[in-house]
Unconditional design. Structure first.
Length: 343
């Protein structure tokens, strides 16, 4: 059971001294679980985010389910973890708690007391609860952070000032550890959940990615995550396996069944549209990674779209399926911006 009402109206400007007696919690942390009131209070402050190179806020465009507010988790040093306040956000529904989001807007005149605008009640996106990205910690060291995707569950305030800016151009960043951290987070979360067909497929996909990444690293390849910002969008696409040595981008699947193949292909084709428009003379090849050799018509489908295929063999190794190019067509090449150049 979640709280039926916040006691506040979206747009109200309040101090913590006014908020906590109504919704529970205390202190000055960015994430405040409130057991007695069955709430989790989330406080976003752009001044804090700027120190570490990130910004919370609304995605500019809605998806098929509606608007999304992104919020970066807690943890100032090293990789953030799914413990403490971050766990209270991720598990709020299982714990019967409601998320309440506030955005810092200034100070009480003449004092250092911060004021916070109430945005509304939220829940974690069920299909994609968070992204893993890289940012700086308080020691200016690279680390992985958790960016939660929150969806409003009732009335909410969506000010332009709280909306993330559109990317002026498509851009690629290489993140050495984010993919491995993301898989570790998912493994940790699955241990807390009942097993379903969806979680089993996800586990197969993560195990495949782990094995392939270890195989490539053993062969001397430099592997990490590619984060693709999309031009004129606040959305991003991440590929957890990017081989920057041979410029290959891999999308793993949890099975070789048609639905898994077509879903993975859709992700690759979405990225393809932006990669084709990038300017630097550094070719990329899009690849699919499958736990078994897909049937022939699916292999032909990948070839028609210029997507390569690597699959796991019965012996546990990996083999690349020799791509045949349909008559009258030519292999496709893609170029990326800001890809690191191998030493």
């Amino acid at each position: 059971m979640t709280t039926p009402t916040a006691g506040f109206t979206p747009g109200d400007t309040l101090t913590r001294a006014q908020i906590h007696p109504v919704l529970g919690g205390s202190g000055f942390a960015g994430i405040c679980p409130a057991r007695e009131k069955r709430n989790v209070l989330i406080f976003s402050d752009s001044k804090v985010g700027r120190r570490y190179g990130y910004r919370d806020g609304w995605l500019a465009e809605d998806d098929s389910l509606g608007p999304v507010f992104t919020y970066t988790g807690t943890g100032k040093r090293g990789n953030q973890t799914l413990d403490g306040g971050n766990a209270s956000i991720l598990e709020h529904a299982n714990m019967g708690r409601t998320l309440h989001v506030f955005v810092a807007v200034g100070n009480v005149p003449g004092t250092g007391t911060r004021t916070h605008k109430y945005v509304g009640q939220f829940k974690v996106d069920e299909d994609k609860p968070y992204d893993v990205r890289e940012a700086k910690d308080e020691l200016d060291q690279d680390r992985s952070v958790i960016v939660f995707r929150l969806r409003p569950t009732g009335p909410y305030l969506r000010d332009e000032a709280d909306t993330l800016p559109l990317a002026g151009r498509s851009r690629i960043r290489f993140q050495p550890t984010a993919g491995r951290v993301a898989r570790a987070y998912r493994r940790q979360r699955r241990q807390r959940q009942p097993q379903t067909d969806a979680t089993r497929i996800e586990a197969f996909r993560d195990d495949l990615a782990e094995a392939f990444e270890a195989h490539e690293i053993a062969a001397g390849m430099d592997i990490g995550q590619m984060e693709l910002s999309l031009q004129n969008s606040t959305d991003q696409i991440s590929f957890e396996i990017f081989n920057q040595t041979n410029r290959r981008v891999y999308q793993p699947t949890g099975s070789a069944a048609p639905d898994s193949i077509t879903q993975a292909l859709a992700q690759l084709l979405l990225a393809q549209r932006y990669l084709m428009n990038l300017a630097q003379d550094q070719p990329l090849q899009l690849m699919m990674l499958t736990p078994a050799l897909p049937r022939e018509d699916l292999r032909d489908l990948l070839a028609e779209h210029g997507v390569g295929l690597v699959y796991r063999t019965d012996s546990g190794g990996f083999s690349e399926f020799a791509r045949h190019t349909p008559a009258g067509s030519a292999p496709r090449h893609f170029r990326c911006l800001d890809c690191p150049v191998p030493a």
